[in-house]
Design a protein around this ligand. Sequence first.
Ligand SMILES: [Zn+2]
Length: 286
Amino acid sequence: MKQEYIGKIKVNKIEEYVDRLDPNFVFKNFNNDIIEKNKSWLIPNFIEKDTFLLYFSFHSYLIETPKHRILIDTCVGNNKSRPLPNWNMRNSDFLKRFKQFNIDRNMIDFVMCTHLHADHVGWNTLLDNGKWVPTFPNAKYIFSKKDYDFFNNAKEGEQGYLSMIDSVRPIVENFQAQLVDDNFAIDDTIHLDPTPGHTPGHICIQLNSDRERAVFTGDLIHHPIQINKPELETNFCFDPKLAVKTRKKFIESYVDQNITIFPAHFSGHTKGIIKSSNIGNIFSTI
Ligand SMILES: [Zn+2]
């Protein structure tokens, strides 16, 4: 993704890594006919040509407004013990990539997490002398209170249990967390949009500047194929039926609106718009 401006707000993508995932691992009741119908726009950016494996990018967005520097979602992180092999004890140069934007981690004012799953909170912390400390020492971390309350009660072995220990609670204990409700706004350019289903407190983040609009969609939509088939349920949702309902409503209200979508896991050019076409709604990269 090239640098983007939404009005006066600068947006860059900082990539951690790109995975290739079996659609049957990601979706319930998956059928390759869906790919056949959509392959003209899914291949080669979003699906691997010969295997039909799904590309899944893990990235953060760095936003610079005239007043603030904000990081949206913080990927998987380094040195974290996780059950998924590709997430376990990673050792990437993610933090070095800030340098290309002439920013270091001390300059981030806000970290915003669309939800509190392990691949959205990982770089909240880093390991320093055996202790998890905030990666962004001068930032306020914005967490949905609904998600925090939910994952705070996760039991050992449940989704979110490990990441609460090493990536969320250390932020709270260091007095850097702000637990917010659905109508939180940083200022008149950035506010939240509740989109429950994937997690109870999942939020999208809305940008408005100089009459231009964009939205960071987190895991409301995991893969572009769900723009055409929003009823595809993933295996990682707290309430898959509610996730489908929320996704359908979102796509219906954003189709042909020329509002830039910044998804959390779309690979390649990543950003785009939702367009109607003769095969139904599609994601068109811009
Ligand atoms: Zn995710």
